[in-house]
Ligand binder design. Structure first.
Ligand code: L34
Length: 293
């Protein structure tokens, strides 16, 4: 088994980019600028957004964090989005999900100018991705393809089984990997809560991508000898032995599955840090007007 070290790959990318960001700065007289809206005080969201802000600083991007109270109205949030849409200095921005229940996520995503939608969640970017047109790829699927490429894991002709059909991960990664492209050309099966015989289907996969959010959902018996396992799950479970009283685990029974597969991503330190890299790459592309003019 070989560990897919997302944390190390993210560090490599950051070091590699420093120079490129300096060159961009010398040419344009500015640096790429990402903004993030964080609503409420969800500890996990604070940690993820914190990693995004920290990574921006590490590569020389500017970042702006906009915090809003959990009782903010939908209208106030939409006003803030409108401001960012019109702010010439912001290359791209995100609204960290999940949002409080009284706010309509669909409305929020639709309000973001697709040219600044560096999360790739707007239907324009999603539709363009599905058709293989230039677009901002959603950050997590983007990060996963970067990892597969970095470890020379061939996807062409391989059977990929995706577990979970969310708009953010499961659905877009299954489209991305089946496209006619590098890190594509796979045969993809998308499984979900209504899938029958899920263990049998997963056990036929050359590459398993789990994004279902259930600890230990993927067990050793479900993994074909030599398969590649990408664990997108990020679940916080109670653990008295930890200082915080909890720890992060993925969807995969890592300790057992690791003996059977050829490659595996750990949680933490696997896909998470690469999600942040996907976002930063999109922001850089936006600053350079690579996707939209
Ligand atoms: N709008 N909402 C929007 N965009 C996103 O791309 C996200 N996502 C998901 C949740 N909501 C979002 C993220 O940012 C998940 N996600 C995310 C980002 C970073 C990390 C995990 C999830 C990450 O950095 N994980 C670290 C550990 C972090 C910790 O210790 O809390 C890791 O090593 O996996």
């Amino acid at each position: 088994m070989k560990l897919i070290d997302g944390k190390a790959v993210a560090e490599e990318i950051k070091i590699h980019w420093k120079q490129e960001v300096i060159e961009y700065k010398n040419k344009s007289g500015r640096v790429p600028h990402l903004a993030a809206i964080l609503v409420g005080d969800n500890a996990a969201s604070e940690s993820y957004v914190g990693n995004k802000v920290k990574s921006c600083a590490q590569v020389g991007f500017q970042s702006t964090l906009i915090k809003m109270e959990s009782d903010v109205t939908e209208e106030e949030l939409l006003d803030e989005i409108e401001k960012l849409n019109n702010d010439q200095d912001i290359d791209g921005f995100i609204v960290q999900l999940p949002l409080p229940k009284h706010i309509d996520e669909v409305k929020v995503i639709l309000a973001i100018d697709y040219k600044k939608d560096v999360d790739g969640f707007h239907p324009v970017n999603f539709g363009r991705m599905a058709q293989g047109l230039p677009c901002y790829l959603p950050a997590t699927p983007y990060g996963i393809t970067l990892l597969l490429e970095r470890y020379n894991i061939e996807t062409s002709g391989k059977h990929v089984v995706v577990v979970g059909r969310s708009n953010i991960v499961g659905t877009p990664i299954s489209i991305l990997l089946s496209r006619k492209s590098p890190a594509g050309d796979a045969t993809v099966t998308l499984t979900h809560s209504r899938t029958k015989n899920i263990s049998i289907i997963v056990s036929r996969a050359d590459i398993v991508i789990s994004a279902i959010g259930i600890p230990n959902f993927i067990t050793e018996d479900m993994i074909k000898e030599g398969a590649v396992v990408i664990d997108v799950g990020i679940n916080r479970i109670e653990d008295e032995t930890m200082a915080k009283g909890s720890r992060l685990v993925g969807d995969v029974d890592f300790n057992r599955v690791k003996n059977k597969c050829s490659f595996i991503t750990p949680v933490p330190g696997g896909v998470g840090p690469m999600t942040v890299m996907g976002l930063l790459l999109n922001t850089f592309k936006s600053a350079k007007k690579e996707i939209y003019s």
